[in-house]
Design a protein around this ligand. Structure first.
Ligand SMILES: *Cc1c(COP(=O)(O)O)cnc(C)c1O
Length: 427
């Protein structure tokens, strides 16, 4: 595999970009080595600056559920671009995208479009606070909701549930408005509500965790959170920025049959362009300006290129069999990897919800962040590098998800498994 051009670009990138990247995980710190530079993608394959091709299981961290440069998406964006790239004036595509989201996720009656997942979650939390008149929020350990101050918070030591900043630059006072609890632990959540219930605006969680590897909710857990929030007059926010259109077409809320108050979306709904959204019943959403007093705005919100890409993506994905093909591809990959791990006696624990999943180097079970953190990350790094050398690009961290798309055909999967068979023998 050649790497001269990527190596040169990497040196140049480090002169002008912090750490050579615009988002930290892209720097490959968790797996070693330098990142490659992408120049193009088509279907399941991404091509780098040296001409190497990789089967892509990262898919821009989830959005590309139809694979790279799907012709319907490309055409939709081209058509939109020719008519003008931004107006800051209402456009019809915003209505159609919102309608499509509502059709796929019936818990959503009204939608607000924003530009990223981070924006969606921070805005949904402001709305929850404005709606309930309460300040505290509850976040689950290991869930990621973007980089807003009140959400970059980790658990304090011992039994304390008041959060502490997970990054310098976040005032302790902000972090103290975020309570934390371990995932899949209803008793811990009940204890949080016993103490603070009257002041809690919302619980926000990834109903399927996708940012600590992939961790599934245990039976009854999501329903327990639903009951608890209802009893205490708090809102339940499902952050489905990743799990939307992946855990099932209708997201984790469809897969597990739980109706949240608010849902945040991103990734897939932008079809590879920057989009986020949040939505819920009109009775809550109408607290937003211009109808209600809770302020939130965006110069490029509802951007015509982004809405065109998102709408085209959701339309293709909602065609009969399309979503199922993404899920089936990951199921087949998972089965193949399980066989290989068994043959080579490498302990693994696999999780999957639809077209998102994870292979942990740990015998499991993995129920929460603390369990995931026990994984053999050095072994994951060897696995990652071995696969990359054989033309398969996996997430450059044990604690990220693996994604499939409609473009991951059986030939793609066979080639991936044959590479994995070689690599597992060296682990
Ligand atoms: C990616 C992600 C976000 C943040 O979205 P950005 O578009 O990166 O700001 C928020 N929540 C979840 C669950 C995510 O996976």
């Amino acid at each position: 595999m050649k790497s001269d051009v990527s190596a040169k670009l990497w040196r140049e990138a480090n002169q002008v970009l912090v750490g050579g990247v615009n988002s930290p995980v892209r720097a490959f710190k968790a797996v070693g080595g330098n990142p490659f530079f992408a120049v193009s993608g088509k279907g399941a394959v991404v091509t780098d600056a040296d001409g190497n091709e990789y089967i892509d299981y990262v898919l821009s961290w989830g959005p590309l559920v139809l694979g790279h440069a799907h012709p319907v998406v490309v055409e939709a964006v081209r058509k939109a671009l020719e008519k003008g790239s931004s107006f800051g004036i209402p456009t019809e595509a915003e209505i159609r995208l919102a309608e499509r989201i509502r059709q796929i996720m019936p818990s959503i009656e009204k939608v607000r479009l924003v530009n990223s997942g981070t924006e969606a979650t921070m805005s949904a939390i402001r709305l929850a606070r404005g709606f309930t008149g309460r300040d505290l929020i509850v976040k689950l350990e290991g869930c990621y909701h973007g980089h807003a101050d009140g959400l970059l918070v980790k658990a304090g030591s011992g039994l304390a549930t008041l959060g502490i900043p997970a990054s310098p630059g976040i005032p302790a006072a902000y972090a103290q408005c975020t309570l934390t609890a371990p995932y899949n632990d209803l008793d811990a959540m009940r204890a949080v509500f016993d103490t603070h219930g009257a002041n809690i605006a919302c619980i926000i969680l990834e109903p399927v965790v996708g940012n600590a590897g992939v961790i599934l909710p245990e039976p009854g857990y999501l329903q327990g959170l639903r009951d608890l929030t209802k009893r205490h007059g708090a809102l339940l926010i499902f952050d489905e920025v990743m799990s939307g259109f992946r855990a099932a077409l209708g997201g984790a809320q469809a897969r597990y049959g739980i109706t949240p108050d608010l849902t945040t979306l991103g990734k897939v709904i932008g079809g590879g362009l920057p989009v986020g959204a949040y939505g819920g019943p009109a009775a809550i959403m109408d607290h937003l300006a211009p109808v209600g007093p809770v302020y939130q705005a965006g110069t490029l919100a509802g951007n015509p290129l982004a809405t065109a890409a998102g709408l085209a993506t959701l339309e293709v994905l909602a065609e009969p069999g399309a979503y199922e093909s993404t899920e089936n591809a990951l199921t087949r990959l998972g089965k193949g990897l399980a066989e290989i791990a068994h043959e080579t006696s490498v302990p693994i624990f696999q999780t999957q919800a639809g077209s998102m999943g994870c292979l942990f180097f740990h015998e499991g079970p993995i129920r929460n962040y603390a369990d995931a953190a026990q994984s053999d990350t050095a072994r994951y790094a060897r696995f990652f590098r071995g696969m990359l050398e054989r033309g398969v690009y996996l997430a450059p961290s044990q604690f990220e998800a693996c994604f499939t798309s409609t473009a991951h055909t059986s030939d793609t999967l066979d080639r991936t498994l044959s590479a994995a068979r070689d690599v597992f023998r060296t682990l």
